[in-house]
Design a protein around this ligand. Structure first.
Ligand SMILES: NC(=O)c1ccc[n+]([C@@H]2O[C@H](COP(=O)([O-])OP(=O)(O)OC[C@H]3O[C@@H](n4cnc5c(N)ncnc54)[C@H](OP(=O)(O)O)[C@@H]3O)[C@@H](O)[C@H]2O)c1
Length: 309
């Protein structure tokens, strides 16, 4: 009997159980900058990249945690580890971090943005951005944009945005990015940030055509990390006592990100969304290129960049 084809919108249910791809390709000496690398997906990624011989640069907000990661990786893998501080809820610090990276690293081979959070309450940053949108989308967008020229000079190079199947939740309203008009919903706010990021990945990919710099997005699996730990006691109880039991070890995320960063067969693949390592079609609302152009312009404006690319 012929196998029934799963609709695109449900392919993630199949992909999450599918055998994932891996690679043994070496990353020896490659400079890999990873944001959000003090915990969860980002931490698993730097551990795996270090095992592959990469020179690691941690972009983190917490010096103490970053130093602990640096010590662990140096001791276990003997690769160089740099630390650059940035709080993605404050874009000035992201700008400063980009400056430090440009001054300190004449080449950058890989940029992974794993920084992110999910908040059940609406929080507004000191300059008036909704926190989740700022940390999950605007901060990584700004860092990526500011490092692009260096990545072009370092080509072939790769950018990977850690996105999420949560983009399917919807929630993006360009007229109400800070949730003033709508009742705030954590999952929708998370969805909005991830849709915006995906839409800009397609825009970046178009602008990078022919440069030998690739940019892709990925869902890192459903994994047991610190995400959500910033929320209230009831949420945390549910997270620790129920949700975590269904989640996997983020080592699978690190392995998938290593594959996306290193696999020779992906050298020219750009502008795609991967469920771990499997190429997957995102939700239709994240493929709306007209909306994407508006999100691109808006992201430039909100991050204080001028449209040069
Ligand atoms: N876990 C999952 O199942 C899952 C599923 C889909 C997508 N994702 C995505 O995976 C990425 C990583 O999340 P995770 O699950 O690994 O969560 P996590 O363990 O909480 O890691 C998040 C990382 O982001 C950092 N971070 C958070 N807010 C920051 C800020 N304002 N400035 C600088 N750094 C900040 C955290 O730093 P601290 O250590 O200082 O807190 C940590 O290093 C996120 O983009 C998330 O959306 C995760």
């Amino acid at each position: 009997m012929a196998k029934r084809r799963v609709p695109d919108e449900l392919a993630f249910l199949v992909n999450r159980r599918a055998a994932q791809r891996t690679t043994d390709a070496s990353m020896a000496g490659k400079v890999c900058v990873v944001s959000g690398s003090t915990s969860g997906v980002g931490l698993a990624t730097v551990r795996r990249l270090a095992r592959g011989g990469a020179h690691i640069v941690l972009v983190c907000r917490n010096r103490e945690k970053a130093e602990a990661v640096r010590t662990e990786i140096t001791e276990q893998h003997g690769v160089p580890v740099g630390v650059v501080l940035a709080d993605f809820s404050d874009l000035d610090t992201v700008r400063a971090a980009a400056g430090t990276l440009l001054a300190g690293y004449p080449r950058i081979d890989v940029l992974v943005n794993s920084v992110g959070l999910h908040s059940t309450s609406r929080i507004i940053t000191s300059v008036g951005f909704e926190l989740v949108f700022c940390v999950n989308h605007l901060g990584p967008f700004l860092l990526t944009y500011l490092l692009l020229e260096r990545m072009r000079q370092s080509a072939p190079s790769r950018i990977i945005q850690v996105n999420s199947e949560g983009h399917r939740f919807g929630g993006l309203d360009l007229e109400d990015l800070d949730w003033k008009r709508r009742r705030y919903k954590g999952l929708k706010s998370y969805g909005a940030s991830k849709i915006a990021q995906l839409l800009t990945v397609w825009e970046f990919a178009d602008r990078l055509k022919g440069s030998n710099v690739t940019i892709n997005a990925m869902h890192p699996g459903d994994v047991r990390t610190n995400i959500g730990n910033n929320n209230g006691p009831l949420y945390r109880w549910w997270l620790h006592n129920v949700t975590w039991h269904a989640l996997k070890d983020p080592v699978i995320s690190g392995e998938a990100l290593y594959y996306l960063a290193a696999a020779p067969e992906l050298a020219e693949v750009s502008g795609r969304f991967f469920h771990l390592t499997i190429d997957e079609k995102p939700a239709a609302h994240a493929l709306d290129r007209e909306l994407g152009r508006r999100v691109w312009d808006l992201s430039l404006r909100m991050t204080g960049l001028s449209p040069g690319l």
